[in-house]
Design a protein around this ligand. Structure first.
Ligand SMILES: O=P(O)(O)OC[C@H]1O[C@H](O)[C@H](O)[C@@H](O)[C@@H]1O
Length: 528
């Protein structure tokens, strides 16, 4: 295609949202009109399914749940007055609570005000809050936020060390929809221990965001935590940023949460339109379908050219991969669906892996995110007539062009600046694109059956650990791994046992391994 034809294609496919000042350009995806026409019947079905979902249909059949994250942005859409009230009340309670914390009305026992937030959660209960904090927290926020999003002891220590002697003015948020996920539970127990070590009362500085009646909810009530915020059954973890999960930490940091909701609502309105060409989420879904042949054959590389959007790709990784990565379709056929997502930021990544994107395996399509406003203040000139922002902008255009010339497709999203409305709108845009795409490929985007397998296997390993320690203790003498496995009644678990012992031995847990460490079969294990 020559330059004139490309320019025409750009204009033909350019989507612009007037209220948000957001552009979406899919002109550098090489689909033709025939392809678009072939997808229209699928889109018809997708729009209808989305309409039913918004009206409260059981859109997540496996878990028998409604899918209501769109109602959070427009409570009038909620299918019952009770649900509407729940959304409105929670939002008001979040604002009131944040205000009281800021004013010192809700305060820690030992200091006049809370200074820090320690947010404990994982997956959907961490990625949204982390992305939004990075994108929108002011330079000097009302409260500084820290995250524990893993069961890594060193990671936990590092966060606690950073908080240091401000633990007595730290507000702890324990966020878990199910209230039973091991990682946040472990993080909470570790943090409670840190509180106890400093003679601080955990309950007086703790808040839970969780499903009503969950284990965590019960514990928070029984122990008299500061307060709790509900997480509705009909909001999935990966679409929960605009529920209490994301809005509470954001409000506490002084981020304009109403602005985020307004931006998301605007985008929801735009992406509700049952017309592919004028619906930005449908355009995205179309581009994804084209890129991967409706089978995820190409990875989605997300490159925002703005440091504050660094965590957007990580956020999208869960949203897209947990929603679309499914073994079976809605009719039970084996389909192995999904789209792999990765990326950090431009232009930084141009100096890391863009080499492969430009010349290596053509197994991806890029999504470039452009932010028009460079900074609030005026920029200096790096060279006559050129600012660092001009460079960043040039790098984006250059990469888009260089990729295209080498038959690598890209989508470009352009936003005026990174503000609460735009962040809300981006979240909403991808929520909807994922939902529509899931309909195009006929899968349930709202469950995650595959995640359970790893959790169950981990629980089995932890049980095995208890068991073999008992056997070693009772033996009172060194045992070979094979004997140990036999005595524990699990002769086929020698490898797992070896790994458990090696970990315990590395952590002064009473287990000793003697022999050639390079030859595990010959090792003798003992417990002292
Ligand atoms: O919020 P929680 O119930 O603790 O869940 C946290 C995360 O863990 C699970 O394993 C799911 O795969 C995620 O979708 C979820 O966001």
């Amino acid at each position: 295609m020559d330059a004139t034809a490309l320019w025409q294609r750009y204009q033909d496919w350019l989507y612009y949202h007037d209220g948000l000042g957001l552009y979406l350009d899919i002109s550098r995806m090489r689909f033709d009109d025939e392809f678009v026409a072939s997808l229209l019947p699928k889109f018809d079905h997708a729009f209808k399914a989305m309409e039913a979902l918004e009206q409260g249909a059981i859109a997540n059949p496996d878990e028998n749940r409604m899918v209501g994250h769109y109602w959070l942005r427009d409570p009038d859409l909620a299918p019952t007055p009770d649900l509407k009230q729940e959304i409105v009340e929670t939002l008001e309670n979040i604002e009131t609570f944040a205000q009281k914390v800021h004013q010192g009305e809700v305060k820690p026992p030992q200091t006049p005000k809370f200074t820090d937030i320690l947010s404990i959660g994982i997956g959907g209960s961490a990625l949204g809050p982390q992305f939004v904090a990075e994108a929108l927290a002011p330079e000097h926020p009302a409260l500084n936020i820290h995250f524990i999003d893993n069961s890594d002891p060193t990671g936990i220590d590092r966060v606690l060390a950073r908080i240091g002697d401000r633990l007595n003015s730290t507000l702890v948020l324990v966020i878990s929809k199910s209230g039973g996920t091991p990682e946040p539970r472990n993080g909470m127990i570790e943090v409670r221990n840190a509180f106890a070590t400093q003679n601080l009362e955990f309950a007086k500085q703790a808040v839970a965001v969780t499903g009503v009646g969950s284990k965590l909810d019960q514990q928070a009530h029984a122990e008299g935590w500061l307060t709790t915020f509900p997480m509705a059954d009909w909001v999935g973890g990966r679409t929960s940023e605009l529920s209490a999960v994301g809005l509470l930490p954001a409000a506490l940091q002084g981020i304009d949460i109403r602005g985020m909701l307004v931006g998301a609502k605007e985008m929801d309105i735009a992406t509700r339109k049952p017309d592919v060409k004028t619906n930005p989420a449908a355009l995205l879904a179309l581009a994804w379908y084209y890129a991967g042949n409706g089978k995820g054959e190409k990875d989605m590389v997300v490159l925002p050219y703005k440091d504050s959007l660094l965590l957007f790709s990580r956020y999208l990784q869960q949203l897209v991969m947990e929603s679309l990565g499914k073994e079976k379709d809605l009719d039970g056929n084996l389909v192995y669906q999904g789209i792999a997502v990765y990326g950090n930021k431009g232009s930084t990544d141009q100096h890391a892996y863009v080499q492969q994107l430009r010349e290596g395996v053509p197994n991806f399509f890029a999504t470039l995110i452009e932010v028009l406003k460079d900074r609030s203040a005026t920029s200096i000139e790096i060279e006559p007539g050129v600012t660092s922002g001009d460079y960043l902008s040039g790098f984006l255009q250059g990469t888009r062009q260089a990729l295209y010339e080498n038959h690598r497709d890209s989508i470009t999203i352009t936003v005026p600046e990174v503000n609460p409305q735009i962040v809300g709108a981006l979240i909403a845009l991808y929520d909807r694109a994922v939902g529509l795409y899931a309909s195009l490929v006929n899968i349930n985007a709202y469950h995650q059956p595959g995640v359970e397998a790893g959790k169950k296997a981990a629980a089995v390993i932890l049980d095995l650990q208890q068991q073999i320690i008992q056997v070693l203790r009772n033996a009172g003498q060194p045992l070979s791994l094979e004997t140990l496995a036999q005595q524990a009644g699990v002769p086929d678990q020698t490898e797992a046992i070896y790994k458990i012992l090696r970990h315990l031995a590395a952590n002064q847990r009473g287990v000793f391994l003697e022999g050639d460490l390079g030859k595990p079969a010959n090792l003798m294990a003992s417990y002292k």
